[in-house]
Design a protein around this ligand. Structure first.
Ligand SMILES: [Zn+2]
Length: 396
């Protein structure tokens, strides 16, 4: 099998009503607390959970990670859970990976061995516990274990996957795919006030979809309309399968200088326009690693003369749209001092679909965080983008 991960994640492509994936009902197990104990010689990771769950633990390399998969559960953990490591665990994160499947990713600074993992059922008023014990090992042993493990198969799900609703795409109208970045287990950047990139971009994507649709000239589909993770390659595939006329990926990252602010539009290029653009693209391209995907068998992108030619034309269209977007936003919302940049973002690599990635603002800048959460800013930005989309298509 060339790309077993694809099988694993096919369910994420279904458009799920937001109420389904986000509901926190009693039919699902709930994680109530999580903690790390021990030291560098032996580290114990514990999740308190209100009932026993099926789970599977496995390792991934480069960077070293321990993945705990389980059917979909509610994570009812304090907001800062996972930021503080201890012993062999540097940090951890958790969230929805696909409909019906939750995941916890433990970042481990060095190679570890899963000494033990088990679930204790609730007893005498105490919650149940999922326990994973780690001890240190060397790289050679770690890699031997890793290569002996077959790529992950899906776990049984806590609920049936709903059938895909009919994709409402009006014949004759160009289709625009909007891609809210991150989601689920990959939260993206977090602002000082706790606001997460994955939520900011989803709220904005919904508003943009509504605004574009009310204009009447285009159909719109979101790659995700819930708090769920989608692998980078699947975001691109999603647009290609639907023969989208334009792909817009939405982000709001941070920068080490808190004074930097404003929106930036990126188009793809193997040569980044500057160091900041290159650094940002490499952060964004790590999304699949953050979500704990098994990328061992992923093949290199195929390229050839035909694809190169198609890409050159597509790139020019992408640049045209980026420029239309910038001129429509200029004067209405705050732009970065250098608003059109280039870098090798993984999600911008569809050879046949003009694609841009818009960094709406910086979550490292307090004024931007305020703007990104305001209805007034959303209105101005979505209105500008609709004007840009219209100008771009009418110009073609
Ligand atoms: Zn991002």
């Amino acid at each position: 099998m060339v790309f077993p991960v694809a099988l694993f994640f096919t369910v994420t492509l279904l458009a799920i009503p937001s109420s389904l994936a986000q509901q926190a009902d009693n039919s699902m197990p709930t994680a109530l607390a999580a903690r790390i104990g021990g030291d560098e010689m032996r580290t114990r990771f514990v999740v308190d959970i209100d009932r026993p769950v099926d789970f599977r633990v496995f390792i991934l390399a480069d960077p070293y990670r321990v993945i705990i998969d389980m059917p979909q559960i509610n994570f009812n953990l304090p907001a800062n859970s996972g930021q503080q490591g201890r012993g062999l665990i540097g940090a951890y994160r958790y969230g929805l990976l696909a409909v019906g499947q939750s995941r916890i990713v433990l970042d481990v600074p060095g190679p570890v061995f899963i000494e033990r993992s088990f679930v204790l059922p609730p007893q005498d008023g105490e919650p149940g516990r999922l326990v994973v014990d780690l001890i240190p090992t060397d790289r050679e042993t770690f890699m031997r274990r890793l290569n002996a493990t077959p790529p992950a198969q899906p776990l049984p799900q806590t609920m049936a996957v709903p059938p895909a609703p009919e994709m409402r795409q009006d014949i004759g109208k160009p289709l625009i795919v909007i891609d809210p970045g991150h989601g689920g287990i990959d939260g993206g950047t977090v602002a000082a006030n706790g606001v997460r990139e994955k939520d900011i971009v989803l709220t904005f994507a919904r508003a943009l979809k509504q605004r574009i649709e009310s204009d009447g000239q285009f159909s719109v589909v979101l790659t995700r309309d819930t708090d769920i993770y989608i692998p980078l390659a699947e975001r691109v595939e999603f647009a290609r399968e639907r023969q989208a006329a334009l792909f817009i990926s939405l982000h709001a990252d941070s920068f080490r200088e808190a004074s930097v602010r404003g929106a930036t539009v990126y188009t793809v290029s193997e040569d980044a326009s500057d160091q900041e653009a290159a650094a940002l693209a490499s952060t964004e391209n790590k999304s699949d690693i953050i979500a704990g995907l098994d990328l061992r068998n992923e093949t290199e992108d195929v390229s050839g003369i035909l694809i190169d030619l198609a890409m050159r034309e597509t790139k020019n269209f992408s640049i045209q749209f980026a420029e239309a977007a910038i001129s429509a936003m200029r004067g209405n919302i705050r732009l970065n001092r250098n608003p059109h940049r280039f870098a090798g973002f993984r999600v911008l690599k569809a050879p046949d679909i003009p694609s841009v990635l818009i960094e709406l603002g910086y979550l490292s800048n307090r004024s931007d965080v305020q703007e990104l959460q305001s209805q007034a800013w959303r209105d101005k930005t979505t209105t500008s983008l609709v004007a840009a989309i219209s100008a771009y298509f009418n110009g073609r």
